[in-house]
Design a binder for this molecule. Structure first.
Ligand code: MN
Length: 262
């Protein structure tokens, strides 16, 4: 009979949860991808829960693209985190909302609805990607309701993969051109919509991404954490995450500087 500690016993995790979003990863962003893989190995493997809050991928053409070498690497890296006993949660972004069961199963991640309320240290926290609350951007909201429609998605996914990728390229170019015409205020979340969200769900903390305007906003309704976007392939380099520690505290990690977008 051995009295030595079982080697199945995991070391006490360093943190309760990490929240990250807006990496916009693709094969065209090798340095950002490397930084994310480093984040997974150094930090995500040593937490209890990892929350991916949308736009982890620059685009997702459909789960039949999981054999693409880049996607394959990402799936294996995410899987290796959950293989360590970390719960990995996924909220879809406006770039990667076509992620489905096949991807989720291969990556061993748990998909959450947007918005959703989780509990941490007895406190409810609302998680969302954030794009659904950019209600001042009427054109975007119209586009969003089109592409989030089940029939539209079924029709899109029925097209050949190569055709879908071409359509996505065209949509991304259209979105970039449209963004240049819009004011920064229009592309931010609507503050009334956020106040409503706090009240409707009875939460005092909201964590979201999407706007690429990292900040911690203390308002009368509660605290709103806006996660940073990542880009190590283009200057200015940036990328960070939010950490929930074992004592119930929240900390900004990495770079949380707001970067002016051209
Ligand atoms: Mn987004």
């Amino acid at each position: 009979m051995s009295t030595t500690p079982s080697n199945h016993t995991k070391a006490q995790p360093d943190t309760v949860a990490l929240f990250v979003s807006d990496l916009h990863l693709s094969a065209q962003t090798p340095l950002t991808t490397a930084a994310f893989l480093d984040f997974l190995a150094r930090y995500a493997q040593h937490t209890q829960q990892l929350y991916l809050l949308g736009d982890i991928f620059e685009y997702w053409a459909g789960d039949d693209d999981i054999d693409d070498p880049f996607n394959h690497t990402m799936i294996n890296s995410l899987k290796s985190v959950s293989d360590q006993g970390v719960k990995v949660y996924w909220v879809a972004g406006n770039r990667d909302f076509l992620v489905g069961d096949r991807f989720a199963e291969a990556s061993r991640l748990i998909r959450l609805p947007d918005p959703c309320v989780i509990e941490m240290a007895g406190e409810p926290i609302l998680l969302t990607h954030g794009d659904a609350y950019c209600t001042d951007d009427v054109d975007y909201m119209q586009f969003r309701s089109q592409v989030r429609d089940t029939h539209w998605q079924q029709g899109f996914l029925a097209k050949p993969l190569a055709e879908r990728k071409q359509m996505i390229t065209a949509m991304r170019e259209g979105s970039r051109a449209a963004q240049r015409e819009k004011s920064m205020a229009i592309m931010d979340v609507n503050l009334l919509a956020m106040d409503t969200l706090f009240r409707q769900h009875g939460v005092t903390r909201i964590i979201h991404g999407h706007t690429h305007r990292p900040a911690i906003h203390q308002t009368e309704s509660g605290t709103r954490y806006v996660l940073p976007d990542w880009d190590l392939d283009h200057a200015p380099h940036r990328g960070g995450w939010l950490e929930a520690d074992l004592a119930g505290g929240f900390h900004e990690r990495g770079s949380w500087h707001v970067v002016a977008i051209e």
